[in-house]
Design a protein around this ligand. Structure first.
Ligand code: UT7
Length: 340
């Protein structure tokens, strides 16, 4: 016989934290190297400014202050955290994980640590995993950080992607609850469509190409960057993701009229507004539009947007929010949560 553990009946988000890099980058600055215009970027994406991390400011440098803020707001000490999960696609070393380095930085060393790589769906995947860890008895308090430094993987001259991305980190502490705080997660992928968003060369291909160029005196290759079929993802997001969001509401048995907020991945204001329209959200539902001055921060976009709605008092504690993350993979996840 194997003795098993059972955790808390329910889990919920206890607090959030954020780290927005200091440097604000305008559309005019983006257009210094990109063949575009402030007007085009505003009308096609809604983005007015985004933040860029400083040279040498890594994903761990961004993650740590967001994490510390969330832990402190949850009324906990770093030592109370049992698991640290970092959702990121831009941690530039293969080991150790960004989670291990973040835990060490904030003094949560004994916690179990691991990274989660589902790009823009990273945070909502992490909410699902944290919920199951707590309910299954594997952890009591989980620190979840969504963080990306997209400037490392974006070509500033690429008209298909350069204008939308930014850097940042958002965090949440998830812990036990007497009442339901996280609804069932609807998740999955359209893996056959992975080519809609991918890195143009692997690090080993890049290394080999550099070696070849040095041996032959040829031209050195460009740093690997991401390439994106924007319109294809746009259509997928608008048509398929509204259905996923609807299923998350049904699974939680929550009506749109009961929502306080809709916090989708912050990719493009036009996608957010189209999804809200399809979901027929009533006027009183607050719609997160953090993308306007944060850009698309990939794994950080949902926790940053949530943190802002709470910090600015646009939502009150205990309200219900519908979350949906979607992007590279193509992967997606959605759930209804009770706001901290
Ligand atoms: O977070 C990860 C997942 N990613 C996403 O969710 C991104 C989803 N996609 C998008 O947000 C949008 O597709 C983009 C913002 C990337 C592009 O906007 P779009 O409205 O889909 O533009 P488009 O590519 O269909 O291009 C429309 C027009 C074209 O000109 P014509 O053929 O109509 O004359 C393009 O050549 O806009 C032109 N264009 C640009 N013009 C100025 C395309 N990119 C640019 C640009 N600046 N950067």
């Amino acid at each position: 016989m194997i003795s098993t553990r059972r955790g808390s009946e329910h889990a919920r988000i206890l607090a959030t934290g954020a780290r927005r890099p200091d440097r604000v980058v305008t559309n005019e600055e983006i257009c210094e190297v990109l063949d575009s215009s402030d007007e085009w970027i505003r009308t096609r994406t809604g983005i007015v400014t985004r933040r860029f991390a400083a040279p040498g400011e890594t994903v761990v440098d961004l993650a740590a202050p967001a994490a510390e803020q969330a832990v402190q707001r949850a009324g906990l000490a770093a030592g109370d955290i049992d698991a640290v999960i970092v959702a990121t696609s831009t941690h530039m070393v293969s080991m150790p994980s960004a989670a291990a380095l973040t835990a060490a930085r904030i003094g949560a060393g004994p916690a179990t640590t691991f990274d989660l790589s589902t790009a823009c769906a990273g945070f909502t995947h992490g909410v699902a995993v944290a919920n199951d860890l707590i309910r299954g008895g594997s952890a009591r308090h989980v620190l979840l950080v969504g963080v990306d430094r997209m400037t490392d993987v974006v070509d500033p001259t690429d008209r298909g992607s350069a204008m939308i991305f930014g850097d940042g980190a958002g965090a949440a502490v998830i812990g036990p609850s007497d009442t339901p705080g996280i609804g069932p997660t609807i998740w999955g992928s359209d893996a056959d469509q992975w080519e809609a968003l991918y890195q143009t060369a692997s690090w080993t291909e890049y290394r080999d190409q550099v070696g070849q160029a040095r041996r032959t005196g040829g031209e050195e290759p460009d740093w690997p960057v991401i390439t994106m079929m924007g319109p294809k993802i746009f259509r997928w997001a608008v048509w398929e993701m509204a259905g996923v969001a609807r299923k998350a509401l049904e699974a939680a048995e929550v009506d749109v009229a009961d929502l306080a907020a809709f916090i989708p991945h912050q990719a493009n204001v036009r996608i957010i507004d189209q999804m809200a329209k399809q979901l027929k959200l009533p006027d009183q539902v607050v719609i997160a539009r953090d993308v306007i001055d944060a850009g698309n921060t990939t794994g950080a976009s949902i926790p940053l947007a949530m943190d802002r709605l709470i910090s600015e008092g646009q939502v009150t504690s205990g309200g219900l929010a519908l979350l949906i993350g979607f992007g590279a993979g193509l992967s997606f996840s959605a759930q209804v949560v009770r706001l901290p």
